[in-house]
Write a protein that binds this ligand. Structure first.
Ligand code: FMN
Length: 244
């Protein structure tokens, strides 16, 4: 089973998104999957130009010479696709969306009905993908992810993939701080690892496992107070530096 994970965080493997993505992928590897990770911060991917050359002039291939030339063949042989992103203005990061837009060569230039809805048929080489989402965000509430989850569910339908679930970590910066402070939050990482194992072994992730990944880590008022204190310190430091 081959997994391709796209990490759209500008902080890559040092970011808060990676704190959930890494154990999720570890769980998949432990269950025997071959995992390839692509970080958008290390990739050059130009925006789709919308000229449909990949459908008409050079079927299945984009004429733009950038890192999609490496990624597209990997996607063709993948069984699981993971989209990992911090929440940016209620959605995925721009670089990750640019990569998703550039997956258009994986669709056929034709409109068909799927579940009584207009779609493009998938490329004949594309597997029956399972699509999983990993995200973290700065605000406290879980419902901050609603728009992003709706978007990724729609992407799954668009790509003729099966939505396999979302590993969502609200108040993500608190998770990092609590891990560093050795607070008892290890079960969140363990659940992310277990989710990876379940996806490879069973083809799905138990809702109870996903709820542990998303569980509240501290009361909202406490989080907001700590976050505001941290922000005020950063503002003060920046003001001092600029007047030094
Ligand atoms: C441009 C920008 C937009 C953001 N938008 C949101 C948002 O809409 N909701 C939210 O809860 N957090 C938002 N955040 C906070 C990030 O999701 C949060 O800091 C996250 O932990 C960053 O993850 P990373 O370390 O993987 O980059 C935003 C951050 C930036 C820089």
């Amino acid at each position: 089973m081959k997994v391709v994970a796209l990490n759209g965080s500008p902080h890559g493997d040092a970011g808060h998104t990676a704190l959930i993505l890494a154990p999720f992928l570890e769980g998949m590897k432990a269950a025997g999957a071959e995992v390839k990770v692509f970080e958008t911060r290390a990739m050059t991917v130009l925006p789709c130009r919308g000229e449909y050359n990949c459908w008409f002039r050079t079927p299945g291939r984009c004429f733009q010479q950038d890192d999609m030339q490496t990624l597209l063949p990997e996607l063709l042989t993948a069984h699981v696709l993971v989209l990992a992103t911090p929440l940016y203005v209620d959605g995925m990061t721009g670089p990750l969306k640019m990569v998703v837009d550039r997956m258009i060569p994986l669709g056929e230039p034709k409109i068909v009905y799927r579940e009584d809805h207009c779609r493009h048929p998938g490329h004949s080489d594309v597997r029956d993908w399972k699509l999983a989402l990993v995200s973290n965000c700065g605000f406290w509430e879980l419902d901050n992810f609603d728009a992003l989850v709706g978007h990724v569910r729609a992407i799954a339908k668009n790509l003729d993939a099966t939505f396999a679930g979302a590993l969502l970590r609200p108040h993500g910066p608190a998770f990092k701080a609590m891990l560093d402070a050795r607070a008892p939050v290890q079960n969140v990482r363990d659940a992310a690892r277990d989710a990876g194992r379940q996806l490879i072994e069973n083809g799905s992730i138990a809702p109870e496992t996903l709820s542990i990944v998303s569980r509240p880590l501290l009361p909202r008022d406490q989080y907001v107070a700590i976050a505001n204190q941290h922000i005020a310190q950063r503002v003060q430091q920046a003001t001092q530096t600029s007047t030094d």
